[in-house]
Design a protein around this ligand. Structure first.
Ligand code: FE2
Length: 406
């Protein structure tokens, strides 16, 4: 439990924790059906692959997986903008075999939060130790180059704090494999050399800076997305919120508010049960905690503790077009009661090949410094969505993805 009155210096500000979560940085699933998941997330939703890592890292390991009937042992990293990865798909059977467990419905690979500095990530280790939060590891992973500390929540979901995600630029190319020697398998000492120094060192070593992975579109770019020709009639512009099922909502709220520093925006009572919506910044919510006892009753897939993973698209027009495009491509679209997506007006839930619900939306209410939410949100069934809508006071007010769209 939190130690009362102890404060930590975060960039010169005395805070209750040695870190401040700024936003959801990335998220991922462990999947059984990798090929169909790849088709869904890469071809239909438009995430671009930034790198792969192969868990069959030696001939002996590869043989072991082969003997177990596991053929695809690679994890995939995806980006929609500059961040090296905003989404990952990892092979569930491979991970289970490596760990010697049946992970069951725990197929969320990670829920990952961005902090503002390397010091925050490193200093979080001692804090989590003091608070008896289970730490998986701290260091720096490649691919992605982000410095991290991994912890478990009270339900066993992997949460990551990170700083310094590799940025993918105009040519869409990731960092060369030859630069992976800057990986860390233990907590980093401070300070560390800057990325510019790392690049200078790589140049001095004769590493080809253009030898990293680059994904290219398979589908024809035939859709006019507000003036830009893309392979699908919309563009993912932000990830989140993440809605998860937990055993005990009260206990999970305590963990995410007290240990992680989230703010409770809204509590919803649905069918007599508590659903809690939490924010890290000015977004209405980045994370919501739903009672697992309602999972089956509400028709959600029992194979996952993820109720839904949100992807924002660039506009209302794109949202309508996304729903039509996904339907045309055989994707099931569902609705979820409006009270369970507070702060979001128009939302549709696409079911991925595994069974996860992917929340498509284009607007989320901003919660300002006063800390109060608007309270009610209009709900219109998808079949009655109008062609155009009126702006709200904060429409287009929090656009963080400014393009290029593709
Ligand atoms: Fe991560």
């Amino acid at each position: 439990m939190a130690t009362q009155n102890k404060t930590y210096n975060v960039g010169g500000v005395q805070m209750d924790r040695p870190f401040k979560i700024r936003r959801l940085g990335h998220f991922g699933f462990n999947v059984v059906n990798m090929d169909s998941s790849l088709d869904f997330y890469r071809n239909l939703l438009g995430f671009k692959m930034s790198d792969m890592n192969n868990f069959a890292s030696s001939p002996e390991r590869a043989k072991k997986f082969e003997d177990m009937g596991i053929t695809d042992t690679r994890g995939r990293f995806f980006h929609y903008g500059g961040d090296h990865h905003a989404f990952v798909l990892f092979p569930k059977k491979t991970l289970d075999a490596m760990r010697g467990v049946d992970s069951g419905d725990q197929n969320i690979n990670q829920i990952t939060w961005q902090t503002g500095s390397l010091a925050e990530v490193v200093n979080s280790v001692e804090y989590f130790q003091e608070h008896e939060v289970h730490i998986n590891r701290s260091g720096r992973d490649m691919p992605g180059s982000n410095w991290h500390t991994y912890v478990l929540d009270v339900d066993g979901h992997t949460n990551e704090l990170y700083y310094g995600m590799e940025q993918i630029g105009w040519d869409g190319r990731s960092k060369p494999l030859d630069m992976y020697y800057r990986k860390f398998t233990e907590k980093a000492s401070l300070p560390q050399p800057s990325e510019e120094d790392e690049v200078e060192e790589a140049v001095a070593k004769g590493i080809d800076l253009t030898s990293g992975f680059r994904d290219t579109e398979d589908l024809p770019r035939k859709f006019d997305v507000e003036g830009m020709l893309l392979a699908r009639p919309f563009k993912v512009t932000k990830i989140g919120p993440v809605d998860i099922f937990v055993d005990d909502v009260d206990a999970a709220v305590r963990f995410y508010t007290e240990e992680m520093g989230f703010t409770l925006t809204e509590d919803v009572q649905y069918e007599g049960k508590r659903f809690a919506f939490l924010r890290a910044g000015t977004e209405h919510h980045s994370l919501s905690l739903w009672p697992k006892s309602m999972r089956k009753e509400m028709g959600f897939w029992e194979g996952s503790t993820c109720a839904s993973f949100g992807v924002e698209v660039g506009s209302y027009e794109q949202l309508r077009n996304a729903v039509a495009f996904l339907k045309e491509n055989g994707v099931e679209i569902r609705e979820v009661p409006a009270s369970l997506h507070p702060g979001v007006d128009y939302a549709a839930y696409a079911i991925d090949p595994e069974g996860h619900a992917i929340q498509l939306y284009c607007y989320m209410e901003n919660v300002g410094w006063q800390g109060s939410s608007r309270g009610t949100i209009q709900h219109t069934p998808i079949s009655e969505w109008p062609e155009t809508i009126k702006p709200l006071s904060d429409t287009y007010a929090d656009q963080t993805y400014m393009g290029p769209l593709g």
